[in-house]
Design a protein around this ligand. Structure first.
Ligand SMILES: Cc1cc2nc3c(=O)[nH]c(=O)nc-3n(C[C@H](O)[C@H](O)[C@H](O)COP(=O)(O)O)c2cc1C
Ligand code: PXP
Length: 204
């Protein structure tokens, strides 16, 4: 990798890499490990699916009342890693999240298969303890009955998206002898979409 070959904006560079990962046929190139801060438990990470991105940030969807949702609402700081092992690449994004608008969340929810839409209603209390599988299946059946005959299942009020607004983005390309290429974009001034980004090469 060469500094001169990099895009000025990290999300433009991300687009080139994401397209490459997608075309390389990776399984779920949009799976990203999202770390959040919890007031009483430190840091916690889990996988979510990246469902869209632009210069304003990266969008993912979840239950706002889930463990991650509660953590993010209390402290919006977050970091996401896209681990593209087969092509020896990794992207790390740091920043803070904001909730998407209801319209943006509605628009995404409408694209989900009906079964997943019902699933969101059945998993109202995502991340809380459930007695057993039977209780889950009963909840799903109940939600199915509730929306039977309704053509478009509405988005549950507790379910929607977040935008991770980047302030730092690192691109990592694996190379021989562990002498990898690493370039980090840091937002120096302004907003993520149209601010000024500094680019530094880092030691591997
Ligand atoms: C590949 C993969 C993709 C996932 N994508 C999502 C997602 O987009 N949204 C989501 O809420 N959970 C997703 N999950 C489940 C989460 O990893 C997690 O189990 C769930 O959201 C509860 O997390 P929490 O208890 O930290 O809130 C995914 C899991 C895997 C393995
Ligand atoms: C609970 C949950 N919510 C949301 C998603 C995001 O993907 P989709 O909107 O495609 O179901 C996943 C993907 O595994 C998931 O497990």
């Amino acid at each position: 990798m060469r500094r001169t070959g990099l895009c000025v904006h990290p999300l433009d560079q991300f687009h080139i890499w994401f397209t490459w990962a997608h075309n390389a046929g990776l399984a779920e190139p949009n799976a990203m490990v999202l770390a959040t801060v919890e007031a009483d438990a430190g840091v916690r990470a889990r996988t979510v699916l990246l469902k869209g991105y632009d210069r304003f940030g990266l969008r993912f969807f979840t239950n706002y009342g889930s463990r991650k949702g509660r953590a993010l609402d209390a402290d919006p700081a977050a970091s996401a890693v896209l681990p593209w092992h087969p092509i020896r690449r990794q992207v790390i994004i740091g920043g803070s999240v904001e909730r998407l608008s209801a319209e943006e969340s509605d628009a995404y929810f409408r694209t989900r298969p009906r079964g997943s839409q019902i699933g969101a209603w059945a998993s109202e209390h995502q991340s809380s303890v459930v007695a057993d599988r039977a209780a889950l299946d009963e909840g799903y059946a109940r939600a199915e009955r509730r929306w039977a005959g309704v053509e478009e299942v509405p988005r549950p009020p507790y379910w929607g998206g977040y935008r991770l607004r980047p302030t730092e983005v690192e691109f990592w390309q694996g190379r021989r002898d562990r002498m990898h290429d690493r370039f980090r974009y840091v937002l120096e001034s302004g907003s993520p979409a149209d601010g000024t980004w500094r680019i530094d090469r880092l030691e591997p």
